[in-house]
Design a protein around this ligand. Structure first.
Ligand code: ADP
Ligand code: ASP
Ligand code: MG
Length: 401
């Protein structure tokens, strides 16, 4: 079998853990498998590098950031290869470029356009264990790019797809996908399987266990992911097409996104074209706007609220402040979070959303914004109630049973 394994930051968090990962790889090898292993930077390393850059600039150039950030993954890839070689296993470390990962030129959030697998295949054919530095590639001009936070998951899925691997195993510090973050709700239950669509929704709504883009790509390429722990041999969770048994489940999980901020615009002129102008301006700045709500108009003006990622709030504020017309006043709130209930079974049932609202109300948690789709209900609440809300909703939908 050809197996792609990905080890996240915690799994390679120190030298001992890298040695542990080397052992696991050696066992998979001894079992007769060909292996391509994708690694993240040691945990905390990427944040540390970002802080370093911010020491010199509040707006470091993204091109240079990519050179900086890609270095974290190179450290672990090379150390892991050295550790394996020392154990007597033929291993070769590759950067994203050497592994043939070509991306577009969107620095810090690049898309993989194609993978030239030739070099990886040659190493595999020569009996080598290939260790690839995750999270990175190179654009058509040879500039190093990175794939967005958590992007090593994407590297792994893309490589598994391009190589037609028999398995794509993503190892972290949890042994699978749970009904919610087990660090927040210890009674969270591990799922045997979850559909791409539900996983995609959970991931994009804040469950950082898998990068949402990686799930999107897995679905597109038909790559089945297994999420497992690098600290034990538990079975893990399979992320795959929706199966018959899955449809019975109404709600599959709760996600919490603490990286959200809210912008409230008051006394916005209520005439055609104003919203378009505001949101076009934000789009030009590549700000990811979510959960837009507009109140019914009174006296020819209206209020408009929306959320943006916290990291984009300053930029959003600058964009809004550049308006000298049509907006009365604006206020910006960093202390909110978004809690979401996700489940494919929701689309055919009524009353699911109402249950969430009641559960929060019963616990004195005020809902500031709501948005729904066929398979999710998201609510913006005060940041300080985020974890409580997760537990309350987990209980309300009896997810521990
Ligand atoms: P890695 O560094 O290996 O990529 P991450 O820290 O990105 O790992 O993701 C693993 C973490 O995701 C877990 O420690 C857990 O706290 C969190 N998490 C959030 N939601 C879930 C969920 N529904 N199931 C499992 N883990 C979750
Ligand atoms: N090291 C990168 C990050 O922290 C990528 C990854 O870990 O997947 O976001
Ligand atoms: Mg991750």
């Amino acid at each position: 079998m050809l197996i792609v394994q990905k080890y996240g930051g915690t799994s390679v968090g120190d030298l001992e853990r890298i040695a542990n990962v080397a052992q696991r790889i050696a066992s998979a090898r001894d079992a007769g498998n060909d292996l391509v292993v994708v690694v993240s930077a040691m945990s905390g390393e990427t944040n540390k590098l970002i802080d370093y850059a911010h020491h010199f600039s509040s707006h470091p150039s993204k091109r240079e950031m990519d050179i900086l950030l890609s270095s974290g993954e190179r450290v672990t890839a090379s150390l892991l290869a050295i550790a394996l070689q020392e154990m007597g296993y033929p291993a070769v470390a590759m950067t994203g470029r050497q592994a043939g990962i070509r991306t577009d030129d969107t620095h810090m959030f690049a898309r993989i356009e194609e993978i030239n697998t030739e070099a990886m295949r040659q190493h595999i054919a020569a009996g080598k264990i290939v260790i690839v530095a995750g999270f990175q590639g190179v654009d058509a001009h040879g500039n190093v790019t990175t794939l967005g936070r958590g992007g090593s998951d994407l590297s792994a899925v893309a490589i598994a797809g391009a190589l037609g691997a028999d398995a794509c195993e993503i190892y972290s510090d949890v042994d699978g996908i749970y009904t919610t973050d087990p660090r927040i709700e210890p009674r969270a239950r591990k799922l045997d399987r979850i559909s791409y669509d539900e996983m995609l929704e959970l991931a994009s709504l804040g469950a950082k266990v898998l990068q949402s883009r990686s799930v999107e790509l897995a679905k597109k390429m038909g790559v089945t992911i297994v999420a497992r722990s690098s600290f034990n041999d538990n079975k893990g969770t399979i992320i795959t097409e929706e199966g018959e048994t899955m449809e019975a489940v109404l709600v599959s999980g709760i996600a919490l996104d603490t990286n959200q901020a809210r912008v409230s615009l008051r006394d916005v002129a209520d005439r055609p074209g104003v919203a378009a102008e505001i949101f076009n301006r934000l789009a030009e700045e590549q700000i990811n706007v979510d959960m837009i709500i507009q109140n019914a108009s009174a006296d020819g003006t209206t209020n408009l609220g929306f959320t943006v990622p916290q990291s984009e709030l300053d930029q959003a504020q600058r964009a809004i402040e550049s308006f000298d017309h049509d907006i009365g006043s604006a206020d910006y709130d960093n202390h909110i979070c978004k809690v979401s209930v996700v489940g494919v079974g929701m689309q055919s049932h009524s009353g699911i959303a109402a249950r969430a609202f009641s559960a929060l109300a019963d616990n004195g948690i005020n809902i500031e914004m709501i948005s729904t789709s066929e398979i999710k209900v998201s609510m913006v609440i005060d940041e300080k109630y985020g974890e409580l809300a997760v537990r309350v909703l987990h209980e309300a939908y009896e997810l521990d049973r």
